[in-house]
Design a protein. Structure first.
Length: 463
């Protein structure tokens, strides 16, 4: 969400929406132009056919004047014989007698009273459907006036319109679909270089290298240059901040040591337990700060740590022939954590060290591939466990439930910080199998590693 509370608008969606609207507008205008052009063509063809039939009737008008009945005999087009065929002719003699095509049966066409001597196309009511008719008053050489009308049904014209509209609709749907597909393909090609930027930025943050401008179009080159400049500034700021924080932490160590020595010299002369506790907390916070500044080096995303190898080294470190503890490992083969090896072993070392301090006889390390890009590591013991209401307390830096044990109380806190720095988690609960504490951390894993097959069950060790 942006500061104004609105979701950021996608450039891709805006381009797609604009392209589709523009394409729809162009297609609509083109369809209208094409439709009206075809409409004019249809009407001209209709009128041309009407005029041709009118000419045939007019050519026989003089014959009809001399030989009554000649029109019906000589106009032998089958459409004039079929009842209500949709094609008709009708002639009004000077004396008012009506001659008509057999296709009209007893229906009589009616047109405006004042039919002019100039040809006119008019709409008339037909026996079954509306008609378009050419009506004209013809003055013969003998001075008599004959009114001639030739009409055709508009059903055929309407059917042609419907057929054309359907064809246009299908064609424009296909063209519209192709336009959408083409737009999406072009946008995918245009935005593909931009979609690579986040990965390249992460790679630059992890490896300390600049983004290669040659992998992007020339138009994106200035943006890549600015990003490289920003990455360089970020690395410089991070290095300077770490150095300053480390200097501050080291500077605090000397005053802290002086104060502790002064407290120790007081001996039992005064109750200084609160002062010692406060000083212990300061030392723990300084140690935690130093640990976090060293976390992951410069490239946590580029790091790789093999889980089996790290666990093997850890078990060798805790292997004490005179010890009473038995260590067990249940590791899924091929797991590789996307962490610095030192950070992974720091996590496991603190968890195992914490478990050995409370275990009665067994400590178990389990590694599994979780869904997605994560893996889980669990360290369990058969000790007395941890009450749920104490979880938050043990994760606080410098806080220890058993103050009789040595240490600064930073182990679980550092594990939490490391897991959090890599986007993982630390959860504390009860071990369903051993009965003691189960500390589970999740860390990112390297994709493409083997996560199936027989699990590696390490031989039990005594320590």
């Amino acid at each position: 969400m942006t500061d104004g509370g609105h979701a950021p608008r996608s450039l891709r969606s805006r381009v797609v929406a604009g392209s589709l609207i523009w394409a729809a507008l162009i297609l609509t205008i083109g369809a209208l132009i094409l439709f009206f052009s075809v409409e004019r063509i249809l009407i001209r063809q209709f009128e041309s056919q009407l005029n041709s039939r009118f000419g045939a009737v007019l050519a026989l008008l003089d014959v009809e004047a001399e030989m009554p009945g000649a029109l019906s005999e000589r106009l032998t087009d089958p459409v004039y014989s079929q009842p209500f065929s949709g094609v008709y002719w009708q002639v009004e003699r000077p004396d008012g007698t009506i001659l008509s095509a057999p296709s009209l049966l007893d229906f009589q066409l009616r047109w405006p009273d004042a039919a002019g001597t100039q040809a006119a196309i008019v709409r008339l009511d037909g026996p079954q459907s509306p008609l378009l008719a050419r009506v004209q008053a013809i003055r013969r050489d003998d001075g008599t006036v004959w009114t001639v009308a030739v009409a055709q049904s508009t059903v055929a014209l309407s059917d042609a319109r419907v057929t054309i509209i359907r064809g246009f609709a299908l064609a424009y749907l296909v063209m519209g679909g192709l336009a959408v597909i083409g737009t999406l393909l072009v946008l995918n090609l245009l935005f593909r270089p931009l979609s690579q930027l986040p990965e390249d930025i992460n790679r630059g943050l992890a490896s300390g290298e600049d983004i290669d401008p040659s992998r992007f179009p020339a138009e994106v080159g200035p943006l890549v240059g600015e990003l490289n400049h920003l990455l360089e500034r970020n690395r410089a700021i991070l290095t300077r901040t770490r150095r300053q924080a480390a200097d501050l932490a080291h500077a605090l160590k000397t005053p802290s040591l002086i104060i502790r020595n002064d407290i120790d010299r007081q001996g039992d002369a005064a109750d200084l337990s609160d002062a010692r506790a406060a000083l212990d907390r300061i030392d723990a916070l300084v140690a935690r700060g130093l640990g976090r500044m060293q976390l992951g080096g410069e490239g946590p995303r580029a790091a790789r740590a093999e889980v089996e190898a790290s666990v093997a080294r850890l078990l060798r470190a805790f292997d004490r022939p005179e010890g009473h503890l038995r260590f067990e490992s249940d590791l899924e083969p091929g797991l590789v954590a996307r962490t610095d090896p030192g950070d992974l072993e720091e996590c496991l070392g603190n968890l195992v060290e914490n478990a050995t301090g409370f275990a009665h006889g067994r400590v178990r390390i389990t590694a599994r591939a979780d869904t997605g890009d994560m893996l889980s590591l669990t360290v369990e013991d058969d000790g007395d466990g941890l009450p749920k209401d104490k979880v938050a307390e043990v994760l606080a830096p410098g806080r220890r439930l058993d103050v009789g044990r040595p240490g600064a109380g930073l182990g679980l806190t550092l594990v939490h910080d490391i897991a959090e720095a890599y986007g993982g988690t630390l959860t504390l609960g009860a071990s369903a199998d051993l009965g003691g504490l189960a500390a589970r951390i999740t860390l990112p894993r390297v994709r493409g590693q083997a996560i199936t097959g027989a699990r590696s069950r390490g031989a039990s060790r005594s320590a």
